[in-house]
Design a protein around this ligand. Structure first.
Ligand code: PMP
Length: 463
C-alpha cells in the first residue's frame, strides 16, 4: 500500500475508509455490513459514487455548501494560479486575494467594513464571541458578557459554539459548557403551540418580545449580544414570522445589545440575496459566513463587522490589552479568498441570485402541491433555494413521524438517484424536516426531478 488511490482501485478506497475513517455526524455500525459511500466526482448539479451511480445533489454537497455547482474550472484555475504565486502567509500580513475578496464582500454589505478570516463557521462565530467578551471588558467593566442564542439555532461544533447551541440532541453529551450563554425561545410559527402563552395573532412580535423578557430577567447591564441565524438551518429550516426582525432590531438598540447574525448557511446567495439578513432589513454588528463563500472549492470562513466595532479595538496603541489578540493559522491561506473572489464573480455574471429566487419559487410551488397530495407533509417553508418540508404523523396534533420513516424517505430518494437531506430533532421537542438546498444553478428540470423523487418516496414509505 502506498497510500494513494486511483479511480480504478476504488474497492481499496472503500476498505481503507472502513478501516480508518471516522465519518462526520453518522453512526458507524451500518458499515459493518454496508459499504460506506465514497463520492468520486462532481459536475454541475451531479455527483458520482464509487459504483459509478449518478446522483442529482439537492443539498449542495450534503450541507448547503457547493452553491455554484461542481467542476468549475475558473475557480480551480484561480486557486492554482494563486497557490503557485503564494500559498500562505499568516494574516498578520495582508495578501492580494485577501484584499480583493474583502473589497468585493464589503461592497455587498452596506454598513459593514472589516473582514476577519478564519477557516470554519464555528471558528468565525467564536471570533465574534471573543470580540463581544472583549468589548464587555473594555467598555463595560466586565459586565455585559452574556450572549443570547435561540432555541433550535446552531452555531458550530466547538465548546463555545455548543454553549450557544439550541439543538439539545447535539449538545447533551458534551457539557459542561462555557458560562454566560443564555437561551431565548424559538420563533417557529408551525410549532408555536409548544411555547407557553404564544398567541394566534402577531406571533412574530410576541416571539421577539420573549427576547426582551430574557434581557430583563438577566439584567440589561449583563447582556452583550444576541446571536441568531437569519433562517434557521439544521433546526428545521425556519424563517422568522412577520414582525419578528423589526422588533429584534429595536430591542437590541434599546438595551445596547450587539446583533450577531450567523450567515454560515444563508450567506452568499442561498436565500436569493447575497445574505439572508438583507431579506429582512436588519443592521447587524457581526456577520459570520462559511459554507457558500467559496462553494467548498477551498476552506474559507470569515467574520465581518462594522468600523464602529473595529474602532473599539484600536483605541490605545500603547496598551497591550487593547487590540484583538487572536489568530487563526489557516486564515492566512490564500486559496480561500482566491476561490471566493471567483465564486462571487460567477454568482454575479450568471445572475444566480435571480435564478435562486425563480427556482426557489418553483420548488416551493412543487412542495405545496406535494403537501396537497401527501397528508404526511405538515408544513413547507423556507426562502430561495433553502427549503424544508416537515413530516407529521397527524396534521392536527403535529405529532412527528418516526425518525426512521423520515430516514426511509431520504434512502428512497437516494435509490432514485436524488440526494436530499433531513434534520431530525429529538429533544426537547421532536420534528423531522426534509431539507432541500440545490446549487443556485439548478434548472426547472432539476427541481422537478427532485420533487418527483420525493413524491415517489412519500408514496412508498407512507402509502
Ligand atoms: N452555523 C451554522 C448556521 C451552521 O449550519 C454551521 C454548520 N452546519 C456552523 C455554524 C458551523 O460551521 P462549521 O461546520 O464550518 O464549523
Amino acid at each position: 500500500m502506498d497510500g494513494t488511490f486511483n479511480e480504478n482501485d476504488l474497492s481499496r478506497v472503500v476498505e481503507a475508509d472502513r478501516a480508518h475513517i471516522w465519518h462526520h455526524l453518522i453512526q458507524h455500525k451500518p458499515f459493518e455490513t454496508n459499504d460506506p459511500r465514497i463520492i468520486v466526482e462532481g459536475k454541475g448539479m451531479r455527483v458520482w459514487d464509487q459504483k459509478g451511480k449518478e446522483h442529482l445533489d439537492a443539498v449542495s454537497g450534503g450541507v448547503w455548501t457547493v452553491n455554484v455547482g461542481y467542476g468549475r474550472e475558473s475557480i480551480c484555475k484561480a486557486v492554482y494560479d494563486q497557490l503557485m504565486k503564494l500559498c500562505y502567509f499568516a494574516n498578520t500580513a495582508g495578501s492580494i486575494p485577501g484584499s480583493n475578496f474583502a473589497e468585493m464582500l464589503i461592497d455587498k454589505m452596506p454598513g459593514m467594513s472589516r473582514v476577519y478570516y478564519t477557516n470554519s463557521g464555528s471558528e468565525a462565530n467564536e471570533k465574534a464571541f471573543k470580540m463581544i467578551r472583549q468589548i464587555a471588558h473594555k467598555k463595560y467593566g466586565g459586565k455585559k458578557t452574556k450572549i443570547l442564542y435561540r432555541d433550535r439555532d446552531y452555531h458550530g461544533s466547538t465548546l463555545a459554539t455548543m454553549s450557544a447551541g439550541g439543538q439539545d440532541e447535539r449538545t447533551a453529551q458534551y457539557g459542561p459548557f462555557a458560562p454566560d450563554f443564555v437561551r431565548v425561545p424559538h420563533c417557529m410559527e408551525y410549532r408555536k403551540h409548544e411555547l407557553d402563552g404564544a398567541p394566534e395573532e402577531n406571533f412574530g412580535e410576541w416571539a421577539a418580545n420573549q427576547i426582551e423578557e430574557v434581557i430583563l430577567r438577566e439584567g440589561p447591564d449583563t447582556v452583550g449580544a444576541l446571536c441568531l441565524e437569519p433562517v434557521t438551518a439544521g433546526g428545521g429550516v425556519i424563517e422568522a414570522p412577520e414582525g419578528y426582525w423589526p422588533r429584534v432590531q429595536e430591542i437590541c438598540k434599546k438595551y445596547d445589545v450587539l446583533l450577531h447574525i450567523d450567515e454560515v448557511v444563508c450567506g452568499v446567495g442561498r436565500t436569493g440575496t447575497w445574505f439572508g439578513y438583507q431579506q429582512y432589513g436588519i443592521k447587524p454588528d457581526f456577520v459570520t459566513m462559511a459554507k457558500g463563500v467559496a462553494s467548498g472549492y477551498a476552506a474559507i470562513a470569515c467574520m465581518v463587522t462594522t468600523e464602529e466595532v473595529f474602532d473599539m479595538f484600536k483605541d490605545d496603541a500603547s496598551d497591550p490589552m487593547s487590540y484583538f489578540r487572536d489568530i487563526s493559522t489557516f486564515g492566512g491561506c490564500t486559496a480561500g479568498p482566491a476561490a471566493a473572489v471567483e465564486n462571487m464573480r460567477i454568482i454575479q455574471d450568471e445572475n444566480l441570485l435571480q435564478n435562486c429566487v425563480d427556482m426557489g419559487d418553483r420548488m416551493m410551488g412543487n412542495l405545496q402541491a406535494l403537501m396537497e397530495k401527501h397528508k404526511v407533509i405538515g408544513d413547507v417553508r423556507g426562502k430561495g433555494l433553502f427549503l424544508g418540508a416537515e413530516l407529521v404523523a397527524d396534521r392536527g396534533s403535529k405529532e412527528p413521524v418516526d425518525e426512521k420513516q423520515a430516514q426511509a424517505v431520504v434512502a428512497d430518494c437516494m435509490a432514485q438517484g436524488v440526494i436530499i437531506g433531513v434534520t431530525n430533532r429529538s429533544i426537547p421537542s421532536r420534528n423531522n424536516t426534509l431539507c432541500f438546498s440545490p446549487a443556485l444553478i439548478a434548472t426547472a428540470d432539476d427541481i422537478d426531478q427532485i420533487t418527483d423523487a420525493v413524491d415517489g418516496a412519500l408514496g412508498r414509505v407512507f402509502g
